[in-house]
Design a protein around this ligand. Structure first.
Ligand code: GLS
Length: 828
């Protein structure tokens, strides 16, 4: 407390109030000091990496200062905070964002120019932390950005994976995976906090007995212990607060087993250290797929336990009783990955802090809120009871106790035996397993989906019995994205053009973009709009040439499909379309086709056979099309390796057409769809996830809609879907599908794409053949509209103008108002 007082006094002093050191001269001198004292270099001898690191350190210091100010103010106000629990984050490069948020991009550029250094070269140096698989991790980072901007007291908790998502390379047309060494050259953005470390236990057994007061007491005697150490990265808001992302790294409690060492067994002495550090070595590269691995469960428990211990510590530091925990903290579970939290908080409250079970349960249920991010059955996490009991014996007991009380409640509420079995936390069909989504639902005060459609399906299908029991628990928060990263930083051309017309209020007031509607008929504005897009396409064309050796003409329609490779996302539907165009051109019927570059990007989970084969299919089509002079002036096919946030920032600004073609009912929300539209791409999409709301906002006439609706998908499946019949009936479709297994496409190996072919003809679980005709017709229409440049540009402007709803700032406001009940605490 004494210390807090001193810090407060310092921060309110004139010295600290002055400023963050943001003038050109201050930035220059701080940059040079960092280069000299922390990197040990002078400019003439420094590499770009040295220069980048020095600049990053100078900026990080300013970001931390802002964080300290914010935290002090939050403590002073004794305000309620959000703890965001996410096993994944994809922050993207920090430097550009932090400069924007501090409002010093221009000053920094000028300071560096005076030293003959180009800011752009340093921005290129940054290696981003790939601590997530895709949309879910990126969403978490967009939300930290939005929380900081709006002054929401908050911390993002997660795991500091030493190796993030693998680096994708394309070798002979196939995906190959290399390790991601994002920490190889150090990480100037983080600060390690060795003093903030917590012990985490695994395995062993429990002993039930009585304590001194003859109260029942449970002792967990583990067979392994390690510690989690905090690594903090500041996250700045736009001209706003600073918060932190606190990631845990696993370490041995003692780095060296001295008894083993003294006995002469050096290897055993270091073994423990290595085993402990292994826990946070690597991110599981599966998006939306349960891998069921022991290490994954350990990772989840590890970060959750450290984070909860940290929260309890912070809470008690302010002399608060644990019974008021939910009044000062709300914890958002980003999907089921952190859902073991429910049992861990109960354990900490009951076993460690001697709280009565009922009281602890009340606090727990008022503390957590759970966001579901997928309806795919294979992605709904379950853990075999035997595995969970082996790793976390005390938690299994707690889960059984929660379940027994819950089932009791259900019996009293007249649920049928069948309903009770399907709601139970334990799935007894086959090998007994714990349903983590049920644990999260029972242990939370709110449950939400991530788009209107997804939340509706969650309520009416996947968790329908829970929704009938607790209707008020269920709500929707449609996802949102950071407009500052995905427009202001990554598309300066468009961003400046917009700001010239309507001012820069749109950085934080998203509805401001609506003002662009006033200029939709302004020919000069339209002209500038197309020029900006063309410039962005030139930049991307150069990048494509550099990365793949393929040249694409910037004037072509850039038709882009970037996201994780997954059958439900239907990259192969796009391939069928490309093949149909190819065959049309070859047969001399391609006049209506506008010159078009099909650009793909995305990673496949290393063990996902079909997804990897789809990548091979894309590269094979590319080899065929790009090398055929009869075709390649009309169409080109590119697979951009190693899609990442950094690469995405080059791709979205250059896209004309955004492909959002998942089967209706499968994509919970999608956020790429928002990033494209915000950059003026038009969408071709199904009525799935957030596409539905994007279409509503921008108007059906500015959106290329095709395909079955969710209800129609269900009806088709209920009738007994027979894809082979469609193959038989539709000659054009048959020709395209047969081409998949032709020697011409596969270079002689007709078996290469047979698994895809057979899958489509026999099962077609994602109804590609059913949606095919509608998709092809829609694409023909798109090419027609594209020819009318003016019309296209107007639609593009209207898309951007109507994207206000999809800002992460709006999502965070929804969370604050409807779920968290947390108020902003702003600092200047
Ligand atoms: C995902 C969904 O698949 C996406 O539709 C969604 O936009 C994202 C964020 O809510 O979450 N779920 C998941 O496991 N990975 C995702 O990207």
């Amino acid at each position: 407390m004494q210390q807090n007082e001193t810090i407060r006094n310092y921060l309110s002093s004139k010295e600290a109030q002055e400023h963050l050191g943001l003038t050109k001269e201050e930035i220059k001198s701080s940059f040079l000091e960092n280069l000299f004292y922390r990197i040990g270099r002078i400019p003439p001898l420094a590499s770009n990496l040295d220069l980048y690191s020095a600049l990053a350190l100078a900026i990080r210091d300013r970001a931390f200062k802002q964080f300290v100010k914010s935290t002090t103010e939050i403590a002073r106000k004794n305000a309620k905070s959000v703890a965001y629990f996410s096993a994944e984050y994809l922050p993207g490069p920090h430097l550009g964002m932090n400069l924007l948020n501090l409002g010093i991009t221009t000053e920094t550029r000028q300071a560096l120019e005076e030293l003959d250094i180009k800011l752009e070269d340093l921005l290129e140096e940054e290696v981003e932390p790939g601590l997530g698989n895709g949309g879910l991790g990126r969403l978490a980072s967009c939300y930290l950005d939005a929380m900081a901007t709006q002054g929401i007291p908050s911390v993002g908790y997660g795991i500091r994976y030493e190796y993030g998502i693998f680096k994708q390379e394309i070798k002979d047309g196939w995906q190959s995976e290399a390790t991601d060494k994002w920490l190889h050259f150090g990480n100037p953005w983080e600060v390690v906090r060795p003093e903030i470390a917590y012990e985490v236990k695994f395995g062993g057994k429990t002993e039930h007995g009585q304590d001194f007061n003859k109260e029942l007491h449970v002792e967990w005697i583990p067979d392994m212990k390690l510690k989690g150490t905090a690594y903090d990265t500041p996250v700045l808001g736009y001209k706003g607060n600073g918060i932190i992302m606190r990631l845990w790294r696993s370490e041995a409690i003692e780095s060296f087993d001295f008894s083993a060492y003294n006995g002469g067994d050096y290897y055993r002495a270091v073994e423990k250290k290595i085993r402990s550090e292994n826990l946070t070595k690597v991110l599981y590269p599966n998006d939306e797929n349960l891998s069921g691995k022991e290490l994954r469960l350990k990772q989840q428990y590890f970060f959750v336990s450290c984070s909860l211990q940290d929260i309890l510590h912070l809470h008690m530091l302010q002399n608060r009783s644990l019974e008021t925990l939910h009044e000062k903290f709300t914890i958002q579970l980003n999907d089921t990955h952190p859902s073991i939290s429910v049992a861990e908080l109960m354990r900490l409250l009951v076993d460690r802090h001697d709280m009565e079970w009922e009281r602890a349960w009340d606090v727990t249920r008022k503390t957590f809120a759970y966001t579901n991010h997928t309806l795919l059955p294979e992605a709904l996490e379950t853990w075999p009871v035997s595995l969970l009991g082996h790793i976390l014996p005390r938690h299994l007991e707690i889960i059984y106790e929660i379940n027994s009380r819950f089932l009791h409640e259900l019996r009293d509420s007249n649920f049928s035996g069948e309903q009770i079995a399907s709601m139970s936390l334990i799935d007894e069909r086959g090998e007994p397993s714990v349903r983590m989504a049920h644990l999260a639902t029972v242990g939370s005060y709110k449950v939400n989906g991530v788009s209107a459609l997804h939340s509706m399906l969650l309520k009416n299908q996947v968790l329908s019995d829970f929704a009938s029991l607790w209707p008020e628990k269920f709500s929707n928060v449609t996802n949102g994205i950071s407009y500052r990263r995905f427009l202001a930083v990554s598309n300066p051309g468009l961003s400046n053009l917009i700001t010239e017309k309507i001012g820069d209020g749109w950085y934080t007031r998203l509805d401001d973009l609506k003002k662009l509607e006033n200029f939709v008929e302004d020919e000069e504005f339209q002209q500038k709009w197309t020029e900006v897009k063309l410039e962005n396409k030139k930049v991307l064309a150069c990048y494509i040439q550099e990365q793949t050796g393929i040249s694409v003409a910037p004037e072509m329609l850039f038709d882009v499909h970037v996201k994780r490779i997954h059958e439900y996302k239907r990259q192969h539907l796009k391939v069928l379309h490309i093949l149909s165009l190819y065959l049309r051109i070859k047969s001399g019927n391609g006049n209506e086709i506008a010159p078009c570059a099909f650009i793909f990007g995305g990673k496949a989970a290393p063990g996902y056979f079909m997804a990897k084969r789809i990548i091979r299919l894309i590269t094979a089509v590319g080899e065929r099309v790009n090398n055929d002079p009869e075709v390649n002036s009309k169409i080109k096919v590119v697979f951009l390796p190693n899609f990442s946030v950094k690469q995405a920032q080059k791709v979205y600004p250059a896209a004309d057409l955004s492909e959002q073609v998942s089967l209706a009912g499968k994509e919970a929300s999608g956020t790429g769809n928002m990033k494209f539209a915000l950059n003026g791409a038009l969408t071709v999409g199904t009525l799935d996830g957030a596409n539905v709301e994007i279409c509503e906002e921008v108007g059906e006439e500015n959106f290329f809609l095709f395909g079955l609706t969710t209800a129609e998908v269900e009806a088709v499946k209920a009738e007994g879907y027979r894809p082979y019949k469609l193959y038989e009936e539709n000659a054009r479709l048959r020709e395209v599908l047969d081409f998949l297994v032709s020697e011409e496409l596969s270079g002689g190996d007709t078996e290469l794409f047979r698994p895809i072919y057979e899958n489509l003809l026999q099962q077609d679980p994602y109804l590609l053949l059913k949606d095919y005709e509608s998709y092809i017709n829609c694409q023909d229409h798109i090419h027609e509209v594209w020819r009318n440049k003016k019309e296209w540009t107007k639609k593009s402007i209207l898309n951007v103008a109507n994207m206000g709803k999809f800002s992460a700032d709006r999502s965070i406001r929804d969370y604050c108002e409807e779920i968290w009940k947390v108020e902003p605490v702003r600092v200047s």
